[in-house]
Design a protein around this ligand. Sequence first.
Ligand code: HPA
Ligand code: ZN
Length: 341
Amino acid sequence: MTPALRTLLCSMPKAELHMHIEGSLEPELIFALAQRNGVALPYASVEALRAAYAFTDLQSFLDIYYAGASVLLHEQDFYDMAWAYFLRARADNVVHAELFFDPQTHTERGVPMATVIQGLKRACDAAQAELGISAGLILCFLRHLSEDAAFQTLDDALPYRQHFIGVGLDSSERGHPPEKFARVFARCRELGLHVVAHAGEEGPPEYIWNALDVLKVERIDHGVRCLEDPALVQRLAQDRMPLTVCPLSNVKLCVYAQMAQHRLPELLAAGLCATVNSDDPAYFGGYMNDNFIATFEALPQLGAQDAYRLAANSFDASFAPAGDKARWRAALDACFAPSAA
Ligand code: HPA
Ligand code: ZN
């Protein structure tokens, strides 16, 4: 990759739309919070924890990810975690971030919903005020739990309705198809919440179809397995349905053996509204710019036009107001103007 392309990837303004805030907990912060809160960890050191980050599939990651999140107890812990992420985002020229959070991971341990949402919301407000980053929160239901548990979580969160913009669906995909959550997603749509779902990361194309047709999502998280079904690719292109692709995640969780095998170029060539995101950056080897650099380095057929398209797609696919999108798009255009190259 040329130094000019690398500079462009790093300096261009971009939105992050697929990032689990609990997945931004770096081992150092996990240990600091464990000490602060008197939580015992089954790892002797930061190095021992990091050494455990050798995943074979989604579930092998989730087991460690939920263990890491067990150090979060107080509102300040949620604030500190999110603030650390926003500092990284600022360094990567992320101007807008829509953050997933997993309340059930915390409420099941006795942490009140208010603690989770208020800590994260306070960090989002500080990101806007102090860093100029606009941020929204997306409440994810854990799909390995029941739809009743999702309804209960929604009820618990509704007193804080103004603090989150939408709902999503994450955790173990295989065996937990989107239609398991048809009724709770219908209720969320009635409430005016945005709706997204993980589909087609490990699950088959059928899960993407059902996320579209049953859950009526506005974005598909991951979605890379759509390429196995040409009719589905056509549908996604026709609807300009965004896919929030997470390249380093896909390699770490063995969806692709190597980055050189990642199919992002095919998604773009098919005219899909693909975006690049970090998923769980503390676990998968990097934040936004690390994802862009690793992807463009391994796939030399990607160039400046693709970089522009990916950033423009990230703004198009966001749930931000039209005025903000236009402003970011103008800043992106300025970055790619000939005088800036
Ligand atoms: N997939 C599904 N669930 C998750 C992920 C992911 O990549 N990260 C955190 N929860
Ligand atoms: Zn994810």
